[in-house]
Design a protein around this ligand. Structure first.
Ligand code: FAD
Length: 555
């Protein structure tokens, strides 16, 4: 029997909380499980448990005026766990400001005034319509995969990061603890065969590949067709933008992503400057919604598949995957973004995933609780991470090579960092060494002015030192600049025909986002001279689709 979908209500007044739950139970108790909580944090704990059990939440009703966490703040975090649950804010009087904030921040579905008497007139019609809407687009039943591994193993970390970034719920069990050891034995695996992943239906995957793990949770990894109108390579904001527009405009579209949709933006704890979200939006939220939107319009999304080559064959564009399989398309959008640059100093490489991380590594935030966290970098991504880690860590130390943050970071973030007593900024400082046995234990820091070196106890280092495109696989196929960014439109080196690159066979100039291969476009961070922003990547993705139409019409 599948579990009944949950209706959750949270109100800090125990009397009201019981009354709301009673009203809900009377009308919906037969087909739904009614869960009630008396604070935002306890409601979040309840939601996490529900997610771990793989159950679904249909509707959440939250009181706005709660002491530790407001209704809007709670709903915002609840959305990360159950993005499709319908959201209702309860207020005791007409609190228009709270309602407007809630509409903007959590995409509120309804706003209800308490008390509602009789519920038949004021409460049930609202909940009925929300349940009907939810039934049309429920959350994918989350498969609470269990990962058994060594606490400090890089591969265990990679798998946790993979499932978390694909919005799948998981439980991590250490192999040296009783529950982990029990599962390992049940799976018939030896402690030297870690990590082991136990899927929702109890299948044990021993040292699985990324694809095996996401497939077990119901995500697609292989294309259903051999030929598409449009292949989008890369599932960050640019690729998702192209996928939403490609699908919505009737193109047979497939999106291919090597790890998890969202790209860099998916790792951001809070994107503050994306249009339409005055209080910011987490990368997770934005990604989940964009992916749903793309799928709603019929775009196929393949996860954990890396494209390794692109070959024009006549007017067809052939894409090859890392396993050698191919798909053919009439057009291609390259949206492969950029990846973090690696910090090069003795001891760091062997601790990657064991205390040293590139990017925010959100899955690790809780492990850093009450410990010092070191962050390398002085740009916005480092600043956002510092703000985020300061919620968990005892202290966050930012190591910045330059003399100040002003040249590299937005003003609003500098102000937030300066006002945060838990963040210390050490300028003119670089990491020159790392050491530890199983996990990072020490860092050696050098003062760039005096040359003085200091060794500090450090278990956590997060590195944000800029990024580079990974486009080697396009070498000799599309024109790139000296740093590997893909050249498009007016930035292409002019061939004998002025604005036309060498070998260009069309009787027209390349379109604005078109590469040196007709019908192949590049958008977002991977494109030379692009603005490295979520909004511009999304915009270019949308624009590329209109150019795809022009290419398809006049091939
Ligand atoms: C921590 C952080 C915070 C940020 N904050 C902000 C912010 O507040 N505001 C803002 O505007 N911008 C912000 N940015 C920048 C913003 O995220 C990027 O500009 C944006 O994500 C670029 O989108 P994209 O689609 O071009 O590329 P990416 O987001 O880099 O996505 C590229 C995707 O392509 C995939 N891929 C790469 N190669 C292949 C291949 N061969 N086959 C298949 N898939 C492949 C990658 O796995 C990746 O998922 C932030 C970036 C970071 C890292």
């Amino acid at each position: 029997m599948p579990a009944r979908p949950v209706i959750l209500t949270v109100d800090d007044d125990p009397g009201v909380s019981r009354a709301v739950a009673r009203d809900l139970r009377r009308e919906y108790g037969e087909h739904h499980r009614i869960v009630r909580a008396e604070s935002g944090p306890s409601a979040l704990d309840a939601l996490k448990e529900i997610a771990l059990r793989g159950e679904q939440v249909a509707v959440i009703l939250a009181d706005q005026r709660m002491p530790r966490m407001s209704g809007v703040e709670f709903l915002e975090q609840a959305m990360d766990l159950f993005p499709r649950a319908r959201r209702v804010l309860l207020t005791a009087y007409a609190d228009t400001e709270a309602a407007i904030t809630a509409i903007n921040v959590v995409d509120l579905d309804h706003y209800l005034l308490k008390p509602w008497d009789p519920p038949e007139e004021k409460l049930y019609p609202v909940v009925d319509s929300l349940l009907a809407a939810w039934r049309d687009t429920p959350d994918r039943p989350s498969a609470p995969v269990r990962i058994v591994g060594h606490r400090w193993s890089s591969r265990s970390y990679e798998l946790r990061d993979l499932v978390a970034r694909n919005q799948l719920s998981y439980d991590f069990l250490r192999a040296d603890e009783p529950e982990g050891a029990r599962l390992l034995e049940a799976a018939g695996a030896d402690p030297d065969q870690l990590p082991v992943v136990i899927t929702e239906d109890g299948t044990a995957l021993i040292q699985p590949t990324d694809a095996q793990v996401v497939e077990s949770a119901g995500l697609a990894t292989t294309a259903s067709e051999a030929v598409y109108d449009l292949v989008v390579v890369g599932g960050g904001p640019g690729g998702l933008g192209a996928s939403v527009y490609g699908g919505s405009e009737g193109l047979r579209t497939v999106l291919v992503e090597s790890r998890a949709t969202g790209g860099q933006a998916g790792t951001s704890s809070r994107i503050e400057n994306y249009l339409g979200f005055p209080n910011g939006v987490s990368g997770d939220q934005l990604t989940t919604r964009a992916r749903l939107q793309a799928e709603k319009f019929g775009t196929e999304v393949l996860t954990t598949r890396t494209v390794t080559s692109l070959e024009p064959r006549g007017r067809a564009r052939v894409i090859t995957f890392d396993d050698g399989s191919e798909i053919t398309a009439h057009s291609v959008v390259l949206a492969t973004g950029v990846s973090y640059r690696m910090l090069d100093c003795p001891g760091l490489e062997e601790h990657t995933g064991q205390g040293v991380f590139y990017g925010a590594a959100a899955t690790e935030a809780a492990s850093c609780a009450a410990q010092d966290v070191y962050i390398v970098g002085g740009a916005n991504s480092a600043g956002q991470a510092a703000m985020n880690f300061s919620r968990h860590a005892s202290r966050v130390i930012m190591l910045v090579r330059g003399p100040s943050l002003t040249a590299s970071m937005s003003h609003y973030l500098i102000a937030q960092i300066e006002a945060n007593p838990l963040i210390e900024v050490r300028t003119c400082t670089e990491v020159v060494g790392a050491a530890g046995t199983e996990h990072l234990e020490k860092l050696t820091l050098r003062d760039r002015n005096s040359g003085a070196e200091e060794t500090v106890e450090a278990s956590w280092l997060f590195v944000f030192i800029g990024a580079a495109p990974r486009t080697d696989w396009l070498d000799g196929v599309v024109a790139r600049d000296g740093r590997g960014f893909v050249l498009t439109g007016p930035d292409l080196p002019g061939g004998p025909n002025g604005r036309r690159p060498a070998g260009w066979e069309m009787e027209r100039d390349p379109f604005h986002l078109e590469t040196s291969v007709p019908g192949v476009f590049a958008v977002g961070d991977v494109r030379a001279e692009s603005v490295k922003r979520v909004a511009s990547a999304v915009g270019e993705g949308a624009m590329a689709v209109s150019l795809v139409h022009r290419w398809l019409e006049n091939r």
